[in-house]
Design a protein around this ligand. Structure first.
Ligand SMILES: Nc1nc2c(ncn2[C@@H]2O[C@H](COP(=O)(O)OP(=O)(O)OP(=O)(O)O)[C@@H](O)[C@H]2O)c(=O)[nH]1
Ligand SMILES: [Mg+2]
Length: 307
């Protein structure tokens, strides 16, 4: 028996933070070997806190995916930031993701400040992601810049997209977990229900097809999620937008845009759930919903604290 096999079972929370679009959700999907979280090329894809549960023979790591910390312009954004900050309080270890291909960004500094303000500082691993996009020499330079944010920080370079460096990262994470029982059953991979993941996959498709503010002004309401026996699942959902003009853009000429979003979302949901899916999408206006406290509450979205 080697040393790891003989040690006690370990478990704990690894909170993944970082500015928007650095690859937090991609990293968690890659570590779990399964897509549970929406990923898109646009910032602010993740709006809620989502668990990704990885159970190994000797440990259980509960990854907490958080919305990217950013400079917020509306209530939803402020609530998303608050949520990411609250998650930090639960951390046994913090995975601080940065984008090594983009270099330092003012929002990376925002995170340094947040970490420094924590009453009790958990161990932090700074993960330099997207190294597939840069040379070894560029990586060395970037390591220096990012270390400057937090002198003495432990850095691990990875490519979440190409699955490289993840074993080393996982090993490093495990060293920070305390001996203890698993928190979740071994077969559970997330705390999201299938319909919540499906709603996020619809939003992910909208984020990929639409530009500028339009995709961020979308909330997905699931109206129906029905099993149809062997023939799969029937899902109907409404894309809520903030203005009439956005409704037109989302539907597109002759309904082309909505059709493209629907096809892409349906494929992603089928892949996630391993069964056939019939997806029907509608579009409706709900004026300025991102500033509407009651609506945000109803959707289960985070709200800024004390506001
Ligand atoms: N080339 C490359 N792209 C990556 C890598 N990891 C993530 N990406 C891409 O980066 C984009 C953002 O990924 P997400 O996982 O949605 O990023 P996030 O940090 O969760 O973003 P928010 O939820 O908006 O905060 C997507 O287009 C991913 O495909 C990587 O290692 N290499
Ligand atoms: Mg995300």
């Amino acid at each position: 028996m080697n040393k790891t096999e003989s040690t006690e079972f370990r478990s704990g929370y690894a909170v993944v933070v970082g500015r928007p679009n650095v690859g937090k959700s991609t990293l968690i999907n890659a570590l779990l070997g399964q897509k549970i979280a929406a990923v898109s090329s646009k910032p602010q894809t993740t709006r809620l806190r989502q668990l990704g549960i990885l159970t190994l023979s000797h440990a259980q790591v509960i990854f907490i995916d958080t919305p990217g910390l950013h400079i917020a312009r509306h209530k939803l954004g402020a609530g998303m930031n608050a949520l990411a900050e609250q998650a930090l309080a639960e951390a046994d270890v913090v995975i601080w993701l940065v984008d090594a291909s983009q270099g330092l960004h003012p929002e990376d500094e925002l995170i340094t400040a947040k970490l420094a303000s924590l009453p009790e500082l958990p161990p932090i691993i700074q993960v330099l992601n997207k190294i597939d996009l840069i040379s070894t020499q560029q990586l060395e330079e970037q390591r220096g810049f990012f270390a400057g944010l937090y002198p003495g920080i432990n850095q691990v370079p990875v490519s979440a997209l190409q699955n490289s460096g993840l074993d080393r990262l996982l090993e490093e994470i495990l060293t920070h977990l305390e001996p203890g029982e698993p928190f979740y059953p071994a077969e559970q991979v997330t705390d999201y229900y299938e319909r919540e993941i499906a709603a996020d996959l619809i939003r992910e498709a909208a984020l990929e097809y639409l530009r500028d503010e339009v995709p961020h002004a979308i909330a997905v309401r699931m109206d129906q999620f029905k099993e149809r026996g062997d023939s799969g699942a029937l899902i109907t959902a409404t894309l809520l937008v903030e203005k009439e003009s956005q409704k037109g853009i989302v539907i597109g000429k002759g309904g082309e845009m909505l059709k493209a979003i629907g096809t892409s979302a349906r494929k992603a949901i089928e892949e996630m759930s391993g069964r056939k899916v019939f997806l029907e999408l509608r579009v409706k206006v709900n004026k300025n919903w991102r500033a509407n406290t009651a609506f945000l509450q109803g959707m289960g979205y985070p709200l800024p604290e004390d506001k």
